[in-house]
Ligand binder design. Structure first.
Ligand SMILES: Cc1cc2nc3c(=O)[nH]c(=O)nc-3n(C[C@H](O)[C@H](O)[C@H](O)COP(=O)(O)OP(=O)(O)OC[C@H]3O[C@@H](n4cnc5c(N)ncnc54)[C@H](O)[C@@H]3O)c2cc1C
Length: 402
């Protein structure tokens, strides 16, 4: 027997559930189903934001918000005028899930638990009569006159409107390719840099609130917080580079050099200040007191890397040593050798080519009644709640146009 629905959503993730709930709310008479290959849905929401779910980001100007999307910046501007962060906050609050803002702008449920979001989506879908079918791995879909025919490993379904919300699933991208869509080659985004270097090897956990980083032989630059990890470097300054450089860094197989300015002032200004310390702090040991508000252990490692031994005072330093220290502070070179997963959030760059999507409706330009939402599109963002915002925006807008 073939099961018929007005709307079928393939993929029970953030975008799939958000679409289903909004469609079912607006059109209670429609038969809506989610086909999910797993035995549970919303797996990424569950583990998102370290188990806290970074739902969105407190950035309320569309022109600023789009700057966080290395892929999708131009295309999301219009959609954000229809549904963006403020609407997300209101949407959740109206349904009894207040969000809170952290200092860096990330927004989480007040409960600090992704379970709040997962449970709400599951209960709300059930309350609204959405049929969520688990263990239904879709293996094919085709247009059949006015209906879509969808085959899973077990069953066959038909529907009038088909929504693809399968995230970065290669099989579904292949099926979309067979329908004529172009798939931009997927590569990972949001990763940390593997670096083996004496200056950071014994200080995991040390962080600097603001650094400037650039990738050598490229135009990639970023700034923000920096964290030393067991494997290398992480935190927004690095994650932003991994997102904006996702393609470029994949091409060089994650082997490249970066230059870090730990103190966000230029080399010349730094050297002048160091020369000043030589006069004003003459008798003090260089390594003993950290300068520029750098963590002491990092400061000591940079001093060591400048060939300045432990017991040297500022008065002992010659110009060459002062210059070496200024270099370590403002243009320290590090060799990156591979990447590691950033456990709080990661995404795939690549997906359905944005030229083939109508961003007023999130409908395919190639096929009527075929809609795309979330990470299946060639849209991804830096860390901070922006990736979910893409899911909410795309799913909300298509739900209005069903
Ligand atoms: C560890 C981690 C933490 C994250 N934390 C955050 C965060 O805090 N904030 C943020 O903004 N972003 C975060 N992200 C990114 C965010 O989770 C994704 O951008 C978002 O989940 C994408 O949603 P989606 O619905 O498009 O796809 P997904 O969440 O990937 O959902 C797709 C669904 O489709 C199903 N599916 C796939 N293929 C088939 C098929 N053939 N048949 C049937 N079903 C299928 C999958 O099983 C899955 O349930 C995180 C990502 C990870 C990995």
């Amino acid at each position: 027997m073939i099961d018929y629905y007005n709307v079928i959503i393939i993929g029970g993730g953030a975008a799939g559930f958000f679409a289903a709930i909004n469609i079912a709310e607006k059109h209670p008479h429609l038969k809506v189903s989610i086909l999910e290959r797993g035995s549970e849905g919303l797996q990424k929401v569950k583990i998102s934001g370290g188990g806290r779910c970074n739902v969105t980001h407190a950035e309320f100007i569309p022109q600023e918000l789009v700057k966080n999307y290395p892929r999708g910046e131009k295309e999301l501007l219009g959609p954000f005028h229809q549904f963006m962060t403020g609407d997300t906050i209101e949407w959740f609050e109206k349904r009894g899930i207040p969000l809170k803002i952290e200092e860096d702008g990330r927004m989480f449920p007040e409960t600090d638990s992704s379970k709040t979001i997962v449970d709400f989506f599951l209960n709300e879908a059930e309350r609204l009569g959405v049929k969520v079918l688990y263990n239904q791995s879709v293996v094919g879909f085709e247009e059949n006159e006015t209906l879509w025919k969808i085959s899973t490993k077990k069953d066959v379904f038909t529907c009038e409107k088909l929504i693809i919300a399968t995230g970065s699933n290669p099989k579904i991208w292949n099926l979309l390719e067979q329908l004529g869509h172009t798939i931009v080659k997927p590569v990972p985004s949001l990763f940390t840099f593997n670096i083996k270097d004496k200056r950071i090897q014994d200080i995991p956990g040390v962080s600097v609130p603001h650094v400037q980083v650039k990738v050598l032989d490229s135009k990639l630059t970023s700034e923000g917080a920096l964290l030393v990890t067991h494997w290398g470097l992480s935190a927004p300054a690095i994650l932003k580079l991994s997102a904006f450089g996702a393609l470029e860094l994949a091409e060089c197989n994650y082997q490249f050099k970066i230059e870090i300015n730990f103190i966000s002032i230029g080399y010349d200004e730094c050297l002048t200040l160091l020369k000043n310390f030589k006069l004003t702090e003459a008798k003090k040991q260089v390594g003993k007191y950290s300068r520029f508000e750098l963590p002491k252990r990092l400061w000591q490692n940079l001093v060591k890397a400048s060939q300045i031994s432990e017991n040297k005072t500022w008065a002992d330093l010659n110009l060459e040593q002062l210059e070496a220290l200024a270099t370590q502070l403002t243009k320290a070179l590090f060799e990156v050798n591979g990447k590691s997963t950033f456990k709080e959030e990661f995404v795939t760059a690549g997906g359905v080519d944005l030229k083939e999507v109508n961003f007023k409706t999130f409908e395919s330009k190639l096929h009527n009644h075929l809609y795309l939402a979330g990470e299946v599109l060639n849209i991804d963002a830096v860390t901070g709640g922006f990736n979910f915002q893409n899911c909410w925006t795309s799913a909300f807008i298509l739900s209005k146009n069903i």
